[in-house]
Design a protein around this ligand. Structure first.
Ligand SMILES: [Mg+2]
Length: 267
C-alpha cells in the first residue's frame, strides 16, 4: 500500500479488529460447544455432535427472539448470541448479569429438550460450564504478538477497535495474553455504537491523536472493518486467514493472509 506521505513526520497508525484478527473466535467457540456437549452426553442419552449443533441454533433463536433490554444493548454494540451465552453481558455486572443466567439456562434446557432430555439441573450445570470452556479457549493467533511487537518497533501508533461488551472484550485480551501489548482498546460498548458506524473508528483516531488519512484499519470483516473504516476515510486492510472469496461490493485497499504480512504493506 502506498504511503501518501512517505516523508511524513510519523509512521501510519494502525487500527486492528480483535475477533478473528488478533484472537481466535470461531474455532474456540466451536470447541467450547463440543466440550459442553460431551459433558451432557456423559450424563444423558444423546449424541454430543448433534447437541452441539442444536444448542447453537437455539442460542441464536432465543437471543434474536428476545425483546428485552439486554438484547437491545447487545444488538446495539455488537454482542453475538454465542457471546451472550458465554456471559459477555454479565462481565460488566448490573442487571445484565442476572438476565444472563436466565438466558443461559433457557438455551441449554431447550436444547436438551430437543434431544428428549428434560433435566433442569443438567441444564444449569451446562449453562455454567459453557463460559468456563469458552474462557479456557481464549487465545491469540500465533502471528498476533509478533506483529504487534513489529508495529511498536517501527513506531506505528496502534489500537484495537472491536465490537462487543467492554468487560468481555478486555477479558479476551487478558486471557489471550495480549494485554501488555494493547494499551489502547476501543470497544463499541464504551462508545455506544458498533462498527461499521463511524464512532468507534473516530474514537480510536482521537485516542491515538491521528487523522483518518494517516491510518489503516485491519480486520476480517469486509463490511464492519473494511467498509466501516473506508467510510470515514481510513484505508481498509482485509485479513483473510481462510482464503475466503470476496464478495464484489466492498473492495479493500489491501488484502493479507495473516498478520506477518502487515509490516510489508505499511512500508
Ligand atoms: Mg473480527
Amino acid at each position: 500500500m502506498r504511503n501518501p506521505d512517505p516523508g511524513g513526520l510519523r509512521p501510519l497508525a494502525v487500527l486492528l479488529d480483535l475477533d478473528e484478527t488478533l484472537v481466535v473466535e470461531d474455532a474456540s467457540v466451536e470447541g467450547a460447544f463440543r466440550a459442553v456437549a460431551d459433558v451432557a452426553a456423559a450424563r444423558a442419552d444423546l449424541d454430543p455432535a448433534a447437541l452441539a449443533v442444536t444448542v447453537r441454533r437455539r442460542t441464536k433463536e432465543i437471543w434474536w427472539g428476545s425483546g428485552d433490554a439486554a438484547f437491545a444493548y447487545g444488538r446495539r454494540v455488537g454482542v453475538s448470541s454465542w457471546e451472550a451465552l458465554g456471559g459477555a453481558l454479565a462481565v460488566d455486572g448490573g442487571p445484565l448479569a442476572s438476565w444472563t443466567v436466565g438466558f443461559q439456562q433457557e438455551v441449554w434446557a431447550t436444547a436438551l429438550l430437543d434431544h428428549g432430555v428434560e433435566d433442569l439441573a443438567l441444564a444449569e450445570e451446562l449453562a455454567e460450564r459453557y463460559p468456563e470452556e469458552r474462557n479456557a479457549r481464549q487465545r491469540a493467533y500465533p502471528d498476533a504478538a509478533p506483529a504487534l511487537a513489529a508495529l511498536a518497533a517501527a513506531g506505528h501508533p496502534y489500537a484495537v477497535v472491536t465490537n462487543g461488551a467492554p468487560g468481555q472484550q478486555r477479558r479476551k485480551i487478558e486471557l489471550s495474553g495480549l494485554a501488555d501489548r494493547l494499551p489502547v482498546v476501543v470497544v463499541s460498548g464504551d462508545v455506544g455504537a458498533k462498527k461499521p458506524a463511524a464512532a468507534p473508528f473516530e474514537a480510536a483516531l482521537a485516542a491515538l491523536g491521528v487523522v483518518a488519512d494517516r491510518a489503516v484499519m485491519v480486520g476480517d470483516s469486509l463490511e464492519k472493518d473494511v467498509a466501516g473504516a473506508q467510510s470515514v476515510g481510513i484505508r481498509g486492510v482485509w485479513i483473510n486467514r481462510s482464503a475466503r472469496a470476496r464478495d464484489g461490493e466492498v473492495v479493500p485497499d489491501a488484502e493479507i493472509a495473516g498478520l506477518a504480512e502487515l509490516p510489508g504493506i505499511l512500508a
